[in-house]
Design a protein around this ligand. Structure first.
Ligand code: BEZ
Ligand code: FE
Length: 307
């Protein structure tokens, strides 16, 4: 087949015909990617200079990645692609109204889960730098019937009171603002930290620079990240968003779901503060996590346990 503008995608797709049977899914994905890329080039009448600029951009994205920085995730997040993948594959707390029988909604992982979080004991202080209002986080991990999941792993990471993660600044020792907690017999976990703050996505790399050029808001609303895992249950990647954050309605990565917004209430009570081992006043949030069993398919809304 001669290669021309009309048949270009067909020619390339035909070259995949020798792919192995076990690569059927890869073939399906490549076929679609080829057809969309060729359609995109035709539709935009992409010039050679623009093609080169695209290659340079993607090269710079790759070259910006390090062991602690993931520029491709940042790029995917800011284009809304990460959130679309989450929306298709993850638990969706917003379609069903929040109740004890809905799995907690998932949202993007973001680029800052690049280091291993330290194992922590319940009640530990995960940011002892004093930068930020004291915060107490309490929560539980349960199944869809509300039964506690003892021994569940709750991995959390967050920015500090100035909007930085440990991997971004020298003043935060590695592991600050991170921890892996194991729930107790009641499925309960708690820890102490500081209030996270809204922060700009990093704009010193090509992914962020593109968002600036687009003239968009570059901020993420204040949040805590969680990955919750328990044997026999679908692992969940999610956030708890701070309800009174000024950026709650305009997240640069489109990741806010209504069911994940929480009031981080101010408690000005020395006795309560002493009970948790923090200074008064402090902020307090409760974040209960509901996991779906692994044999369940959660597409657009929980559809019941399949038997
Ligand atoms: C984050 O939540 O850590 C994040 C997500 C996307 C872009 C930048 C940061
Ligand atoms: Fe974050």
């Amino acid at each position: 087949m001669d290669f021309n503008e009309e048949n270009s995608a067909d020619v390339v797709v035909a070259s995949l015909s020798t792919m192995r049977e076990e690569d059927a899914r890869l073939k399906e994905i490549l076929t679609s990617a080829i057809r969309h890329m060729h359609a995109f080039v035709r539709e935009t009448r992409l010039t050679t200079a623009e093609w080169e600029a695209g290659i340079e951009f993607l090269t710079a994205v790759g070259q910006t990645c390090t062991d602690t920085r993931q520029e491709f995730i940042l790029f995917s997040d800011s284009m809304g692609v990460s959130m679309l993948v989450e929306t298709i594959n993850g638990a969706e707390g917003e379609i069903r109204e929040w109740d004890d029988l809905s799995p907690t909604a998932s949202t993007v992982m973001g680029p800052f889960h690049m280091t291993v979080s330290p194992e922590r004991q319940l009640g530990d202080l995960i940011n002892d730098t004093g930068r930020g209002e004291p915060l107490v986080v309490e929560g539980s991990v349960t199944d869809l019937e509300g039964n506690p999941l003892a021994g569940a792993r709750v991995d959390t990471w967050q920015s500090d009171g100035e909007g930085f993660y440990d991997v971004q600044v020298d003043y935060l020792p590695p592991g600050t603002g991170r921890g892996v907690f194991t729930t107790d017999e009641g499925g309960y976990f708690w820890y102490r930290s500081v209030m996270p703050r809204h922060y700009p996505m990093p704009v010193d790399g090509p992914g962020g620079a593109l968002v600036v050029r687009e003239g968009r808001d570059i901020y993420r609303p204040a949040h805590l990240h969680f990955i919750a895992e328990a044997d026999g249950y679908q692992s969940l990647t999610t956030h708890a968003f701070v309800s009174d954050c000024p950026y709650i309605e305009r997240d640069v990565v489109f990741a806010v779901k209504r069911s994940l917004i929480r009031d981080f209430v101010t408690i000005d009570d020395p006795e309560e503060a002493a009970r948790f081992g923090v200074a008064s006043p402090f902020r307090h949030v409760r974040f209960d996590i509901v996991l779906a069993p692994s044999e369940t398919t959660v597409e657009s809304g929980y559809q019941g346990v399949q038997t």
